[in-house]
Design a protein around this ligand. Structure first.
Ligand SMILES: Cc1cc2nc3c(=O)[nH]c(=O)nc-3n(C[C@H](O)[C@H](O)[C@H](O)COP(=O)(O)O)c2cc1C
Length: 398
């Protein structure tokens, strides 16, 4: 959340003096270690599971909580658990989004394993689907199997280039052929469907935009949901390197503001502060920058549907990367807490039929659940978000 020069100038005289005094070194500060996992350093680990998981930890996931715990079993197995302390109880009361993040993780692991000629046999929620919240039972059990039939996935190379681009998008339409490619990301099992839909219809985009901005406002004005984000903000490079997760606030403006004590978790949480108001204006500006939308809908809302939604979202995000498109999830309106209920219902009603239109055959649309909503467009490249190193996510030391 880069705060503008205007905010800094609005600071008190004392604050300005501090910025000036600290400016020389502060403005050049960037996180030093937080993005190291994106470099996928050579040599490739000899254990293909570690190679798959060093890619998987780069998956998109809510508030960058990286809730995965990876237990290596024997020589070719692994069990994935949720670190229950890394959930988001206020904005994600049923752990739906956390589960979607695990779907993204599993898809990236699958793609990386395929690159080495391995199939991953996956058993999702092998000890039952935890409801209404996740618990200590495994998310998935995986077995890595050499398989000459497995083909490399064309999306593999996009894994380290993929981003959630949380900046303003260029004010130009998205190439319709790209939207069509994204809408072809689709999954079907014997009794089920899972669909991605990408759309730039002006009426749909305008209606989505209105609800998105309402939802952002509700989340920020609801003290406990806003506090959940604020508590996870890492302010400045030093905090980001110390805790490479959550919401990273970096850049010269942030370092300067943090030096004045105008930018703290307390000011960010206080609706009367200039930091809060500045953040609110910036959120409205970026979340309002919607050249086109992408959504993921599933035919139900079981834990399996949520994992499947994650696999499709990850594929769509990787494909968008290949197509030169930026993508940014906007989840506020899809969240299940009472203050959001009206906007939630309106967004579901708006987007469910859009998806259903892309599917042939009889579809019980009333069961359809919009799991992900993102804006898509063109934007300047952004740096990777922080990650904990793989070793810190393993249940046992290597
Ligand atoms: C289920 C889900 C919901 C998300 N919702 C939002 C959101 O509402 N706003 C946002 O800025 N990013 C959202 N994200 C993106 C994450 O913040 C992002 O993946 C994380 O910070 C890691 O960054 P990266 O994707 O660039 O690696 C969401 C991601 C997932 C998987």
């Amino acid at each position: 959340m880069p705060l503008s020069r205007r905010t800094i100038l609005a600071a008190s005289g004392t604050g300005l003096a501090l910025v000036a005094a600290g400016g020389v070194w502060r403005v050049t500060r960037t996180p030093a270690t937080a993005s190291a996992p994106w470099e996928l350093p050579a040599p490739t680990p000899s254990d293909p599971r570690l190679d798959a998981f060093r890619h998987a930890i780069l998956a998109p996931n809510p508030h960058n909580r990286q809730p995965w715990i990876i237990r290596l079993d024997g020589t070719n197995g692994a069990t994935i658990f949720c670190d229950l302390d890394r959930r988001l109880p206020h904005t994600d009361p049923f752990d739906r989004q956390i589960t979607i993040g695990f779907g993204c993780f599993l898809e990236l692991a699958r793609i990386a394993a395929a690159e080495r000629g391995l199939r991953i046999d996956q058993s999702w929620f092998p000890e039952g689907e935890p409801q209404p919240r996740l618990d200590g039972r495994p998310i998935a059990k995986l077995t890595f199997v050499p398989d000459p039939m497995v083909k490399p996935d064309p999306l593999f190379a996009a894994i380290p280039k993929r981003r959630s681009t949380k900046t303003l998008f260029e004010d130009r339409p998205v190439d319709p052929a790209s939207l069509q490619r994204l809408s072809s990301v689709f999954g079907m099992t014997e009794n089920d469907w899972f669909a991605v839909s990408a759309d730039n219809l002006p009426a749909t985009v305008a209606a989505v935009r209105k609800l998105v901005l309402e939802a952002v406002d509700i989340e920020m004005r609801t003290a406990r949901t806003h506090r959940e984000s604020v508590d996870l903000m890492r302010i400045g490079a030093r905090e980001v390197d110390a805790n490479p997760d959550g919401i990273a606030l970096t850049g010269p403006g942030i370092e300067a503001m943090a030096a004045t004590a105008l930018l703290t978790r307390a000011t960010l949480a206080d609706p009367a502060s200039s930091a809060f108001r500045q953040g609110q204006a910036m959120m409205a500006e970026t979340y309002g920058s919607i050249p086109a939308i992408l959504s993921v809908t599933t035919n139900g809302n079981s834990r399996g549907h949520q994992l499947f939604a994650g696999t499709l979202y990850a594929r769509a995000n990787l494909l968008a990367t290949d197509l030169g498109l930026a993508m940014h999830p906007m989840s506020q309106s899809l969240q299940e807490y009472p203050e959001m209920a009206r906007v939630f219902a309106q967004m579901q009603a708006l987007l469910r039929p859009v998806f259903a239109n892309g599917i042939t055959g009889p579809i019980p649309t009333e069961r359809g659940r919009v799991q992900m909503l993102a804006r898509i467009g063109y934007a300047a490249p952004v740096p990777p978000s922080p990650r904990w190193p793989l070793e810190t996510r393993l249940a046992q030391p290597l």
